[in-house]
Design a protein around this ligand. Structure first.
Ligand code: SF4
Length: 359
């Protein structure tokens, strides 16, 4: 895009958004907004936290369930930690759920109203620059510069920025700022999100349908799909671990809550080893006749692949969770895979792999 064209490109984007805005349970569409309907800051904040690292399709049901159970920020603030973690199960990146609760409690303690500026929102626990800017723009129409991966991609293409990420970030934030209008900044932020999610997609940008194609330098140069360029990432390492699933004769299961700090912090799981770079030594949580399953669980986290060897035993003892109180849906995804494998008695399932003999 040539300097000086920002206002025209922004206007074209908003006209497109007026006609094509996606309907979402947390969104106030452009027509309602123009008629004076304001978004609920609680809904905007909750959806933005849920949408970090997660798709809109995956978030819809979680958002509906959360807002049905906790209709306002004070309701969420008063919720039990375990109940919130259980509702969050399956959405991943569990530190978000713990921070969500901390933030809700901070807002409730301060009178139940969210700060109306990005700067004020930034002071709340768990709110980073992106979420602060998004909530300030969408809920309060502050002309904050909202830059996530979608926006970075659109801006890199509009200006044909060839510097690889993440070094290009400051330049992209600067250009996104030039594109942000003082009028309707909330609609502009959502229009950029929609454009990045539906038209200016990572692999096959639909430039023929794009409302800002006349301004787009990458399209003009025929390099749209190549941008933004990326510095190659190092390969993810693999870690190994053991998980123990103990069944009581009455169907009870031995569970433990993981420590608050660290990966899957505060979530329910099965006892087991640390996840290490080499195969860990056996560490059963109680004496029993443990049977190793013939298949292992594989799961990929942000920074590493995990291979979990699963052991099962029928036994009795203290601290079992009764069958009536156990719901696999309350487990994080990796632990649900462990449960599925243990319950199936090691029958091979898609995505599980035979365990090598030496683990
Ligand atoms: Fe993205 Fe193509 Fe639109 Fe440029 S013209 S912003 S590359 S969809």
């Amino acid at each position: 895009m040539r300097d000086g064209n920002e206002a025209a490109a922004g206007a074209a984007l908003l006209s497109w958004y007026d006609a094509q805005a996606r309907v979402m349970p947390w969104r106030v569409g452009p027509a309602d907004r123009a008629a004076g309907v304001r978004p609920d800051p609680y809904h905007v904040w909750l959806s933005e936290v849920m949408l970090q690292q997660t798709t809109v399709a995956a978030v819809r049901d979680y958002f509906r369930r959360f807002t049905a159970r906790w209709p306002g920020v004070a309701d969420l603030a008063a919720a039990e930690d375990g109940a919130v973690m259980a509702e969050w199960a399956g959405l991943g990146y569990y530190a978000r759920a713990r921070n969500l609760l901390k933030c809700a409690r901070a807002v409730a303690a301060a009178g139940g109203r969210f700060p109306e500026t990005a700067e004020g929102l930034r002071a709340l626990p768990g709110i980073g620059p992106y979420t602060a800017a998004a909530v300030a723009a969408i809920a309060f129409d502050e002309p904050a510069v909202v830059v996530d991966g979608n926006v970075e991609r659109v801006v890199a293409r509009l200006w044909a920025v060839e510097t690889p990420m993440p070094a290009a970030k400051p330049a992209l934030i600067d250009r996104a700022g030039r594109l942000t209008p003082r009028r309707r900044p909330g609609d502009h932020a959502q229009a950029m999100m929609d454009l990045g999610a539906t038209i200016c997609t990572p692999r096959n940008p639909a430039c023929a349908l794009c409302p800002v194609s006349d301004f787009c330098a990458a399209k003009a140069q025929g390099i749209a799909a190549e941008l933004p360029r990326k510095t190659p990432k190092p390969e993810k390492p693999t870690r190994f671990g053991l998980a123990y699933v103990a069944f009581a004769p009455d169907g009870g299961v031995l569970l433990e809550r993981r420590p608050d700090k660290g990966l899957l912090g505060g979530m329910l799981g099965f006892p087991g080893s640390d996840w290490a770079e080499t195969a860990p030594a056996p560490c059963p949580p109680l004496a029993a006749d443990w049977t190793p399953l013939s298949h292992e669980v594989r799961h990929t986290f942000t920074h590493f692949h995990l291979r979990l060897r699963v052991f099962v035993a029928q036994t009795e003892g203290e601290g079992f969770t009764p069958k009536s109180e156990f719901s696999p849906a309350a487990l994080p995804t990796v632990m649900r895979k462990v449960w599925d494998l243990a319950e199936a008695g090691a029958l091979p399932r898609r995505g599980d792999a035979p365990a090598p003999r030496d683990i």
